[in-house]
Design a protein around this ligand. Structure first.
Ligand code: NFE
Ligand code: MG
Length: 563
């Protein structure tokens, strides 16, 4: 007799995500459905507007990776108009992206994903003196340094708990058997969670230096970057570098150390060892380095074959909506893509909590479309990025991945796991931070002899234009596709990282990465499905991005919480 488990909303992400799974009598997941229950219509809003406004409008797709859409949309317009922006503008855009990654990945690991790994209640029983010693096993210079600091963290969190106001630590599955850190390890990671709240602010300030403000920057325009008099002053450049050093220090001494600690402690936990069942990966080249090369490489890996990486062919991308709440007859290439809502509702059935409205797995059940590459589902994100660069022989990436494997004693196969996905994000953060300084130095050198940051764009209303841009957003490969006619936007589509990963099953019955990642997973307690949350959070879901004006109609019925 199978049972249905519903998790809605999955919290500590951006937007609304609902996961339903069916478990057999042994609590092993046999079926899974991923759904976003909010609708956004930004692709539709863009039609008929001037291409010059694309960046400012598309960055409202999300409040997390704002800059990604801003830049990608602007570059899609530049691609359509055939504009080559000045080198300084490329460096500045890359440095904004460096800042975004340093911010976004820290916030993800500590504040969005961390409590899937860290049992806060256990940390309260830790011995702070012992924890100070344990921290030294994972780095020579721990951020979680000294008994006094760790005791202070423990007292602070105990204060929360004793007043009954758990705040950010409420509604979790404390004591779940799939938490593996010792109390001391939990205390170390908890102290980093609190420290990360301060550090992420510094990273946000880095982006604001070149972007004008945060989270929605405003210095990127079609043709380059503006407002440069302030951002390129020696004092501002120095300020960026100092903030960069502060955040990098945390990344190396806390984030990196905590992943090594997790690799050791969670070495036998099934939800950490599984979680990668779509073994197709795609990433694009991005982050401009001094020599005109990219920090990361583009490519497609199918069936986990690292020896067979191939170039991305943009013609092979299409979005299927057979099981998404849209109308379309067949999978569509994004240049000709449509976004026509067709909401069909929920189906009443028995669940572990009694009769409830549930996803109609046989019909339509999500606002997320299903992007496919040559008809196949593909995972995008930091793991895909590193695997592609690794397969390409990118020396920095190969050395970085191999060093982590050597340090933890894990085989290459360990990359194809939830731990691998989470560790890849950390490694990517380290590489972006360290290599990003090359871009910074290149900018300093270039502005000695070249001050240009902008070329004036020109649109001929009598001509038609078509163009796209692909970039690597923090959650993976992002592409924007535009057609311009009569001087205005005729069609616009964004194919977004979380859309690739979270989309529903396609017309051929092929599951996307989220759904596939859960199949075969055994739950310790179906009423406390921490393992499902841990795996899904490892993708860093952003439903705002994936569905791209919220419509609350029909939502009230579907919202309830597993507690
Ligand atoms: Ni809303 Fe986004 C990123 C983009 S998500 S966070 O990274 O593009 O899929
Ligand atoms: Mg889209």
């Amino acid at each position: 007799m199978s049972k249905r488990v519903v998790i809605d909303p999955i919290t500590r992400i951006e937007g609304h995500l609902r996961i339903e799974v069916e478990v057999d009598e042994n609590n092993v997941i046999s079926k899974a459905w991923s759904s976003s229950t909010l609708w956004r219509g930004i692709e539709v809003i863009l039609k008929g507007r001037t291409p010059m406004d694309v960046g400012l409008i598309v960055q409202r797709i999300c409040g997390v990776c704002t800059y990604s859409h801003y830049r990608c949309g602007t570059e899609a317009v530049e691609n359509a108009l055939g504009i080559q922006i000045p080198l300084n503008a490329r460096y500045l855009r890359s440095l904004m992206q460096t800042s975004l990654y340093m911010h976004d990945h820290i916030v993800h690991f500590y504040h969005l994903h961390g409590l899937d790994w860290v049992d806060v209640v256990s940390a309260l029983s830790a011995d702070p003196a012992k924890a100070a010693q344990v921290a030294l096993q994972y780095t020579d210079k721990p951020i979680a340094a000294g008994e006094g600091d760790l005791r202070a963290v423990q007292e602070r969190v105990k204060g929360f708990v004793e007043t009954g106001k758990l705040g950010p630590f409420a509604n979790a599955y404390w004591g779940n058997g799939t938490y593996k850190f010792t109390p001391e390890q939990n205390l170390i990671a908890l102290s980093h969670y609190l420290k990360a709240l301060e550090v992420q602010r510094v990273a946000a300030e880095m982006l604001a230096i070149f972007g004008g403000k945060y989270p929605h920057p405003q210095s990127v325009v079609v043709g380059g970057v503006t407002s440069v008099r302030d951002m390129l002053s020696p004092a501002r450049l120095q300020e960026w570098k100092q903030k960069h050093a502060t955040v990098t220090d945390f990344i190396l001494r806390a984030y990196q150390a905590d992943i090594v600690m997790a690799a050791e402690a969670f070495g036998t936990e099934p939800s950490v060892l599984g979680g990668v069942n779509v073994k197709n990966f795609m990433a694009t080249d991005d982050f401009v380095l001094a020599n005109g090369e990219y920090m990361f490489n583009q490519g497609v890996i199918m069936n986990g074959d690292l020896a067979g990486v191939s170039d991305i062919n943009p013609d092979l991308i299409a979005e299927d909506v057979s099981h998404a709440w849209y109308s379309a007859d067949a999978p569509q290439h994004p240049y000709d893509g449509t976004t026509i809502p067709n909401y069909t509702g929920f189906v009443e059935r028995d669940t572990v909590y009694g009769k409830l409205p549930t996803l109609d797995g046989d019909g339509k059940y999500s606002w997320v479309k299903s992007p496919r590459y040559q008809g196949e589902p593909v995972e995008v994100g930091p793991l895909a990025c590193l695997l592609v660069s690794y397969a390409r022989g990118n020396k920095v990436v190969v050395d970085s991945v191999n060093a982590l494997l050597a340090r933890t004693g894990l085989p290459v196969a360990a990359l194809f796991t939830t731990l691998g996905r989470t560790a890849a994000r950390m490694l990517q953060t380290v590489i972006v931070a360290q290599e990003g300084l090359k871009t910074f130095d290149a900018l300093l050198t270039n502005i000695q002899s070249d001050e240009s940051t902008y070329v004036k764009p020109n649109i001929d209303p009598s001509k038609e234009y078509i163009g796209h841009a692909m970039i690597e957003a923090p959650r993976g490969m992002l592409s924007h596709w535009i057609r311009i006619k009569n001087g205005v936007i005729e069609n616009y589509q964004a194919v977004v990282p979380t859309t690739w990963n979270a989309g529903p099953v396609d017309a051929n019955g092929k599951m996307g990465p989220y759904e596939a990642s859960l199949i075969g997973l055994k739950l310790e307690d179906p009423t406390k499905p921490l393992e499902v949350i841990r795996i899904i959070h490892s993708f860093d879901p952003c439903m705002a991005c994936s569905v791209h004006v919220m419509d609350f109609k029909g939502q009230a019925l579907s919202e309830f919480r597993v507690s």
